[in-house]
Design a protein around this ligand. Structure first.
Ligand SMILES: Cc1ncc(COP(=O)(O)OP(=O)(O)O)c(N)n1
Ligand SMILES: Cc1nc(C(=O)O)sc1CCOP(=O)(O)O
Ligand SMILES: [Mg+2]
Length: 368
């Protein structure tokens, strides 16, 4: 009998220790996310959501649970995963801590049921709140990065595509599109996947040209659609509201239509005729001037732009440009990326991002 009691006591103490550890873990993770929402995004609403969850966790962290703590006797304190030691970007850091919060909440939900039946319900609800927080945060960040990206590399098939893209990323590139009209699907899938990982490692956005299915398959940040590609509404239905959809435009009417259809950004071009898109007549600097005055969306001048002529494009009012050959065919892609970025950064005149008050209205733009 005594042995049975002691077994039950041992079990209860283990459950209390689990709850104590995971209440701490969830609160720590939330604090890390909260700091980024507050200082990195200036997003008071998201920061407030984290704070509310932290405070609710604190209410459950009773003296009884704290008393159960036995740090010296916990074999887990010495265990670290190599991935905990390195964070290559804010994305990694946010993702790791969101995971940590969600795992801890799941543990609280399951073990909590054995301690206090209410805990199971409360922590299940909180886990869903954490998922919602995650999707708001990641979508907000995705759109913030889009607005902040001044240079957009559109790739072409290249024997060293990964090395070229990585060189550009290492020089500060934050937006990459995989554009490949030649390769068969199986290889495309593998290239797109590797590029998406590379971009993720550098905290850059990754967009797939033309192919909504491929974008979904590799969990890209979005897709770029031309006038002959899938309608935006259909792509949005397939991809959901969280992904970025870009649209090519050549004239004011296409621009207005892209805005009305809910594109997140537009391509404005071709500024100059280009062999990369042979046969397409140049829209010229006149259209760049029009975009500068009229686009309510982030827009990228594209077509024949390089370090020699970018100043003319900037003078016409562009603040962002997109290039293929200038980087993909450069002998030193990192150097050219750096030069383009430095010219673009000097030109940058649009106001710093304003904090959004409603994460659900992230598609609104203050571009003009
Ligand atoms: C940023 C950007 N702008 C324009 C295009 C061109 O798209 P599209 O007109 O569909 O032509 P293809 O690239 O598919 O040949 C783009 N890809 N990216
Ligand atoms: C892919 C593409 N789209 C264009 C458009 O105007 O919609 S121009 C273009 C090619 C841009 O390549 P480069 O920088 O090598 O001239
Ligand atoms: Mg296309």
């Amino acid at each position: 009998m005594e042995e049975q009691y002691s077994q039950i006591r041992g079990q209860q103490s283990a459950i209390q220790r689990i709850l104590d550890a995971n209440l701490d873990r969830a609160r720590e993770g939330l604090r890390i996310i909260e700091e980024w929402c507050r200082f990195g995004l200036n997003h008071s609403q998201l920061a407030e959501q984290c704070k509310e969850m932290r405070q609710e966790l604190a209410r459950w962290h009773s003296t009884e649970l704290r008393m159960a703590r036995d740090t010296p006797g916990d074999p887990g304190t010495a265990l670290t995963h190599p991935q905990e030691e390195t964070r290559s970007s804010i994305e990694h850091l946010l993702q790791a801590n969101l995971c940590r919060i969600e795992e801890a909440l799941r543990v609280l939900e399951e073990y909590g049921k054995l301690y206090n039946p209410e805990m199971g319900i409360v922590f299940k609800q909180m886990r869903y709140r954490a998922y919602t927080l995650e999707s708001h945060l990641l979508v907000y960040r995705r759109h913030q990065k889009l607005r902040e990206s001044l240079l957009y590399l559109v790739t072409c098939p290249h024997e060293n595509i990964f090395a070229v893209v990585e060189a550009a990323l290492s020089a500060g590139l934050t937006l990459v599109q995989y554009r490949d009209k030649e390769t068969e699907d199986l290889s495309r899938l593998s290239i797109a996947y590797k590029l998406s990982q590379l971009c993720y490692d550098y905290g850059a956005l990754f967009i797939v040209n033309d192919r909504v299915d491929l974008a979904l398959a590799v969990n890209a940040d979005g897709v770029h659609l031309g006038q002959q590609d899938m309608p935006i509404a259909l792509a949005r239905e397939i991809l959901g509201s969280q992904k970025i959809i870009g649209r090519s435009t050549t004239n004011p009417q296409e621009m207005q239509q892209a805005i009305a259809e809910g594109a997140d950004y537009i391509g404005v071009g071709p500024v100059y005729e280009t062999p990369t898109k042979a046969g397409k007549a140049a829209a010229g600097l006149e259209y760049v001037r029009y975009a500068a005055k009229n686009s309510s969306l982030p827009w990228f001048a594209i077509g024949g732009i390089d370090t020699a002529n970018i100043k003319d494009v900037l003078t016409a009012g562009a603040q962002r440009v997109s290039v293929v050959r200038a980087i993909m065919q450069a002998e030193q892609p990192a150097l050219i990326t750096g030069q383009l970025l430095s010219l673009l950064t000097r030109k940058r005149t649009f106001p710093q991002l304003q904090p959004k008050t409603n994460v659900l209205t992230i598609n609104e733009s203050t571009e003009k």
